[in-house]
Design a binder for this molecule. Structure first.
Ligand code: HSE
Length: 397
């Protein structure tokens, strides 16, 4: 008897899941150890020309009340109705695999708890880093370590835009519209540009690694909309690329400090050379030192690949696999204040500012320099105000 699964949403990712499943059905079934079939596709729109037209339903209850459906792929995005649907599926013991970052970042603790109670699975490999396997390595392969830091590029759209701007002098709006056409950007691309998407992803990583739910509202988040092309060019001449970096670090006071902000990355650092839609995450831990995860961070089939991997896993493992989920944590006192974030900082200040740094770069746009020692976020902001800085950006070490 074949295992039946349903796909919620037939947008970029959902249609990719169905496409990739039927393309590789034979080998997927061998890996799953059973025949499999998509029984339903949930979407409110009409798809009369689709080869899967007979599978469409507009009524979620068709899926919920069909006991033959044991696994569900949620690819709708957004918090509602995704949360209500996913919760209802898990409560009925149907395993859910999702690509929905917002859902996991806001409600992951609740959904993991229900999955555990109902002895089914809530998987979300596709929610961080697109095709890159990062959730399972953090949760399983590296579980024997004390992980101290994760940092990297977690948003494909902004990395694509920055790359097009640097390499091809493509205007920001044109690069964004290309990213939208390629299916990389969120429905509302503000979530990409202003760093909210990367924030949700670092929340998921932080919750998984440190065991307590980190909510987006607790994370300092700054996107790329304030980045001036002058700083991109000056930084390049100084040996750096500007990248949108999402990071979380264990602090000396035992708190954790997650943050999202543009940072200068040295050209010699591999992160600096991560281009286009690619994502990369560097993880530091006591046993293994450093590990890097790299791959396509967005797009139809790369994201579908991660969702399908989860669906196959949930078909193979009918009992809860993520038994170590994370705790709910309304009290966020385990998160350190952004004022304590430490780094060297790039400043661009007016030509007549009193600058003591030995190495300075003068241009038509003022004087640029990198602080000789590390400064906290609070110290850097105070220094920027004192000097009337036009730009103050941390440097990734
Ligand atoms: N908008 C997201 C990105 C999609 O650009 O990374 C993948 O999560």
């Amino acid at each position: 008897m074949s295992v039946k699964f349903a796909v919620l949403g037939h947008g970029v990712v959902g249609s990719g899941v169905v496409e990739l499943f039927y393309k590789n059905k034979e080998s997927i079934e061998k890996k799953a150890g059973t025949e499999m079939e998509v029984k339903y596709i949930l979407d409110l729109r009409e798809f009369p020309d689709s080869p899967y037209a007979d599978k469409f339903t507009k009524d979620f209850n068709d899926i919920l009340n069909d006991d033959e459906v044991t696994a569900v792929a949620e690819c709708m995005g957004g918090l509602e109705p995704a949360f209500t649907f996913v919760k209802a599926c898990l409560e009925k013991g149907k395993s859910v695999s999702t690509s929905n970052k917002e859902l996991v970042a806001e409600k992951g603790d609740i959904l993991l708890k229900i999955a555990k109670e109902k002895n089914c699975n809530f998987f979300f490999e596709a929610s961080v880093g697109g095709a890159i396997p990062i959730i399972r390595p953090l949760h399983k392969c590296l579980a024997g370590n004390d992980i101290t830091e994760c940092a990297g590029i977690l948003n494909g759209t902004t990395n694509f835009i920055l790359t097009k701007m640097y390499n091809d002098n493509m205007p920001f709006d044109e690069a964004l519209s290309l990213a939208q056409q390629l299916g990389y950007a969120e429905k509302d691309p503000t979530a990409d540009i202003e760093g909210h998407d990367a924030c949700r992803k670092i929340c998921i990583i932080s919750s998984l690694v440190f065991g307590k739910h980190v909510y987006p509202k607790s994370v300092y988040t700054k996107g790329i909309s304030g980045i001036d092309l002058a700083d991109v060019q000056i930084a390049d001449n100084m040996g750096y690329s500007i990248k949108l970096i999402a990071s979380v670090k264990k602090q000396e006071n035992d708190k954790i400090l997650p943050a999202v902000m543009p940072m200068l990355t040295p050209h010699a650092d591999i992160i600096s050379n991560v281009s286009d839609v690619f994502n990369a995450v560097v993880v530091n831990g006591d046993g293994f030192d450093k590990a890097m995860f790299y791959g396509r961070g967005a797009g139809k089939l790369p994201t579908a690949s991660a969702v399908l991997g989860d669906v196959i896993d949930s078909v193979k493992h009918k009992v809860t696999v993520f038994s170590q989920s994370w705790e709910s944590a309304e009290d966020d006192s385990f998160i350190d204040c952004i004022d304590n974030f430490k780094a060297k900082w790039y400043f661009r200040v007016p030509a007549d500012a009193q600058v003591s740094a030995k190495e300075q770069t003068a241009s038509d746009n003022g004087i640029s320099f990198i602080s000789e020692s590390e400064l906290t976020f609070a110290q850097a902001q105070a220094e920027a105000e004192k000097l009337g800085a036009m730009a103050v950006i941390p440097v990734l070490e």
